[in-house]
Design a protein around this ligand. Structure first.
Ligand code: COA
Length: 198
């Protein structure tokens, strides 16, 4: 578990989610706006997450899959956002990355904190690239992914982003890029060498 502060001073925790977090994860999904839910999960099925989706998100070994949340312990419902990676079956150095922050907590640095945590957790497992997908109309996610150093490609249907996890020198001098570099420096020792990554 990681303890840190957001830029506004709020004390937050980041930790991996497990089977005991099933109802919290379902509640976080319910609290997302329909637009954010659609942007992350690509479905317009209302606020109830399916059992199969929950099973899939909460399963998987540490080597293949990471699912972390950022929590505010001072709140009734503590979840602010969650992100995951899945190692590719075809290329063991590549993993699919996705991230969701509750609407009222977006633009507070939570997404960038989650990206930094998963970046280091995945790197420790030998993953060297993250691939993320967005819809072309999701301009805030597109901007955030570019600003955190991902290269964009358009396949005629969705925008594909790739972060090179090995090359920290390529991070842009945007607000989010600088925040990411600071988070990676802050968390590297604990997540690359310590026990917090599992
Ligand atoms: C895309 C998404 C994950 C980004 O998460 P986020 O927590 O809003 O991102 P951050 O706050 O870390 O960074 C976003 C921006 O806020 C800025 N920011 C961060 N902390 C800030 C603060 N304290 N004050 C003002 N701005 C801040 C960042 O610098 C960045 O600025 P930019 O506008 O210059 O790019 C989030 O918007 C989201 O969940 N969207 C819906 C789901 C989705 O589209 N997911 C992506 C597909 S997987």
């Amino acid at each position: 578990m990681i303890e840190t502060r957001l830029a506004d001073g709020t004390l937050v925790m980041a930790r991996p989610l497990g089977l005991a977090d099933r109802s919290q994860l379902a509640e976080g999904y319910r609290r997302l706006s329909p637009e954010s839910r659609y942007q992350r999960f690509w479905v317009r099925t209302g606020g109830v997450i399916g059992d199969k989706m929950l099973d899939r998100m909460l399963a998987g070994s540490v080597e293949e899959h990471g699912l972390w949340a950022v929590l505010d312990p001072a709140r009734d419902f503590q979840g602010l956002g969650a992100a995951s990676f899945w190692r590719s079956n075809e290329d063991g150095e590549d993993a699919e990355f996705s991230c969701t922050v509750l609407d009222e907590d977006q633009r507070r640095g939570v997404g960038t904190l989650l990206l930094a945590v998963l970046w280091l957790v995945a790197y420790r497992q030998g993953i060297r690239r993250f691939t993320g997908y967005t819809m072309p109309e999701n301009s805030s996610a597109i901007r955030w992914m570019r600003d955190t150093g991902a290269e964009a490609e358009w396949d005629g249907y969705k925008v594909i982003f790739r972060w090179d996890l090995a090359n920290l020198d390529k991070l842009p001098a945007s607000n989010a890029g600088i925040a990411l570099a600071e988070r990676l420096a802050e968390l590297a020792e604990e997540l690359l060498d310590g026990d917090s990554a599992s």
